[in-house]
Design a protein around this ligand. Structure first.
Ligand code: KG4
Ligand code: ZN
Length: 337
């Protein structure tokens, strides 16, 4: 079964064709980074306008690269939540129009679940595993028992991890996009220059939760309080110390989840998983198998949408033409255990 996947939830306009939820026949990703750089962040109005201009050529290129035409496609999967509503609506409207015109099934896909599915495009993974999703909008530690069976164990109680990278980079003008800029600067910085705090969320309901608002405030407003008194207060040192704290917070929660559940496979996804320190710290965890998607499947892409869409379609789950875009995360938080 060949699924066309469309992703337009934020600033990447992407379309892909994936066969049987596994084989990527094409995955075209048109990034809008250059158009948002001067604002140091994604401007929703610019994002949706560019999606409108680009979507037809992105889908056309994805089909051409796959060697197929629209008529060969068995279903059209599209991200319909969560994300920027104007951007989501472009993909959803396009997918609805194409599905109606071609008489093909339409499948609305949750972006977060799709990120957690992305590693399945490259590995054969057995359930259950711990899913770690770290992106610009989400920070989720979950137990995954099936493609649509995800119990959230912990999440951020305020800012997402990538959002904290982006805000710190914006404040100190370290570069755009912020996460990648901090990662690069950190390689030349001293991570001990500042000892930023780790929020003490370890009890009851918050055992696996993280919080980035306090860290962001510490880095932006209280830098001197956490300075070691000797190192230079340079961009490199701020970046490296912040990165160490931001990644350390996640690693601590993941280790706790591994210990509590006894599950020794961790599957990571989302844009922040491109971070070199996060990748090395996860890889170095003792006695735990960690699987990462390659970088092009970590950030937003149509292949993860098409891949997950296949599983819905093959189990008879489709959407009708009332499918709508939603900014909100679908409530799939379950109390764990
Ligand atoms: O998954 P993604 O492309 O979009 C969302 O769904 O949010 O993730 C984008 C996020 C941004 O916050 C970006 O700064 C962050 O991923 N990011 C990184 C790195 N590369 C991208 N954060 C830290 N280190 C990186 N190397
Ligand atoms: Zn994403």
């Amino acid at each position: 079964m060949k699924i066309l996947g469309i992703e337009s939830s934020c600033d990447e306009c992407s379309a892909a064709v994936v066969e049987d939820g596994k084989k990527i026949l094409s995955n075209v990703i048109a990034t809008q980074i250059d158009f948002h750089r001067e604002y140091n962040g994604v401007v929703p109005e610019i994002a949706s306008r560019l999606h409108t201009e680009w979507i037809i050529s992105v889908v056309r290129e994805a089909l051409e690269k796959s060697g197929l035409c629209l008529g060969d496609i068995d279903g059209i999967a599209v991200t319909n939540r969560p994300g920027l509503v104007g951007s989501l609506l472009v993909g959803v409207s396009f997918a609805k129009g194409a599905a109606l015109a071609l008489g093909k099934p339409l499948i609305g896909v949750d972006h977060i679940r799709a990120h957690l599915y992305a590693p399945h495009l490259e590995y054969d993974i057995e359930y259950p595993y711990l899913g770690l999703l770290v992106s610009g909008g989400h920070t989720v530690i979950s137990r995954v028992d099936g493609f649509d069976s995800i119990s959230v164990m912990g999440t951020t109680i305020d800012d997402a991890c990538g959002e904290a990278f982006d805000k710190v980079a914006k404040f100190y003008e370290l570069g755009y996009p912020g996460g990648a800029a901090i990662d690069k600067l950190s390689s030349r910085g001293d991570p001990e220059a500042f000892n930023f705090p780790d929020p003490s969320l370890h009890k009851g309901d918050h055992r696996y939760d993280v919080s980035y608002s306090g860290l962001k405030t510490a880095v932006i407003n209280q830098l001197d309080q956490f300075w070691n008194g000797t190192s230079k207060k340079s961009s490199e040192n701020i970046a490296a110390s912040f990165q160490k704290a931001a990644v350390g917070m996640l690693i601590k929660r993941v280790k706790r989840a591994v210990k509590d559940t006894g599950i020794k496979t961790v599957v990571a996804g989302g844009g922040v998983v491109a971070n070199s320190l996060l990748r090395s710290e996860l890889t170095n965890m003792n006695d735990v198998k960690v699987l990462f998607p390659s970088i092009s499947l970590c950030t937003d892409n149509g292949a993860m949408i098409a891949g997950l869409g296949y599983h819905y379609l093959s189990t008879g789950i489709t959407s009708d033409l009332s499918l709508n875009a939603s900014a909100r995360v679908q409530a799939f938080r379950k109390k764990y255990p």
